[in-house]
Design a protein around this ligand. Structure first.
Ligand code: MRU
Length: 364
């Protein structure tokens, strides 16, 4: 996608052919800064401190971090240590584990001297595959948006509500939940997006609104608790969110607050779709609420907020009286019964074991 009319991916190889460059998402929307990753520690820092975030981009960054790790030391021990350290960087997005498995499959049988080159090749493939996958998710989800547009007799606009950032910034390109929106917009379907601000880290306010603005897609930022009201008053035609891990039975783990939107959508008969690439499905799990590890981050993220001050400087402020403590659960699980359908690169299916088995028979 484009930033100030220049096409970008979220992760790429530097001109020297070995370092990895990323967009530092903690600086958006006020500053567009790219960062160079040169070793395993840089990759872990980028993931754990959320310079990169979003399940598919975490997967691609993991793969490139393994390539950087092999450059430093490609021995068997170093391979194991790199996998363990990356695995611990963030717990919920299953694409991280998936990328490690993919890299291990390629690297383990090789001699150490062959591992670095092979790691760069596989990491590049994973990034390219993600772009293809997300583009197909966009095509499949666009059909759903078009159907709503036809049902409305092509009058007004199609209002889509989304939560967190599941746009191109969360992937290598295109996005998951936003890919159908970009495809619909590009096809001339009038779409408007309600963007949940997504406390505490405000991925909606600082990332989703920014990237929709860059592409020219009409959108309106709303406080997190607004969605239910909009749904009751006919102002939402469908919801589309992303997911960080979906069980083989269709339970969806996503940014905290997603579950409440799904409940409100159910109560108002509004379709609630979740867009995801195959690597976000955790085929080992059946019960999302019981089994998916939910990341708990520091309370500081809830207690503080950063923003642009009148003097042009970005500053962080404390929201509460000093000494207040906060809990910070980063994700929640929406049970499959509240999900209208899953939008994947292979098509749209029911959020159920049968639905997923039908699309991924070789994996189930
Ligand atoms: O904590 P984050 O920003 O990495 O979480 C990302 C999300 O939860 C997104 O909503 C997203 O859908 C998952 S990635 C496409």
């Amino acid at each position: 996608m484009k930033v100030n009319n220049t096409p970008y991916r979220t992760i790429w190889l530097a001109d020297d052919g070995w370092a990895v460059e990323i967009i530092d998402q903690t600086k958006l929307p006020h500053n567009f800064i790219t960062v160079r990753l040169e070793n395993l520690a840089d990759g872990i820092h980028a993931i754990a401190d959320m310079l990169v975030r979003g399940a598919p981009l975490i997967g691609a960054t993991t793969a490139y971090s393994m390539a950087l790790a092999m450059r430093e030391d490609a021995s068997d021990d170093a391979l194991d240590t790199a996998c363990d350290r990356l695995y611990a960087a963030r717990p919920t997005a299953v694409n991280l584990r998936w990328a490690l498995d993919e890299m291990r499959k390629v690297l383990t049988p090789l001699a150490p001297s062959e591992r670095t080159a092979a790691a760069y090749v596989r990491a590049g493939e994973i990034a390219d595959e993600d772009v293809e996958i997300c583009s197909s998710i966009g095509d499949n989800g666009c059909e759903l948006i078009n159907r709503v547009w036809q049902d409305k007799n092509q009058t007004g606009v199609v209002n889509v509500l989304t939560h967190c950032n599941a746009g191109w910034l969360a992937t290598v390109d295109w996005g998951t939940a936003l890919a159908p929106i970009y495809k619909a917009f590009n096809a001339g379907i009038p779409v408007h997006v309600w963007v949940d601000e997504t406390r505490p880290r405000n991925q909606g306010a600082s990332l989703t609104a920014w990237e929709l603005q860059q592409h020219g897609v009409p959108h309106t930022l709303i406080a997190d608790n607004t969605g239910g009201h909009l749904m009751q008053h006919g102002k939402v035609d469908l919801c589309i969110t992303g997911t960080d891990r979906t069980t083989r039975t269709g339970d969806v783990c996503n940014k905290i607050g997603t579950y409440l939107k799904a409940l409100a959508a159910k109560d108002n008969n509004i379709p609630f779709y979740v867009a995801l690439p195959g690597p976000t499905i955790d085929w080992t799990l059946r019960d999302g609420v019981a089994e998916i590890p939910i990341e708990e981050r520091g309370g500081d993220e809830v207690l503080h907020m950063a923003g642009l001050c009148d003097d042009g400087v970005v500053r962080e402020v404390l929201l509460t009286a000093p000494g207040v403590t906060a809990a910070n659960y980063a994700f929640d699980v929406t049970p499959a019964r509240l999900v209208t359908g899953l939008i994947t690169e292979r098509g749209v299916c029911a959020a159920s074991a049968d639905g997923l088995d039908g699309l991924y028979p070789e994996l189930c």
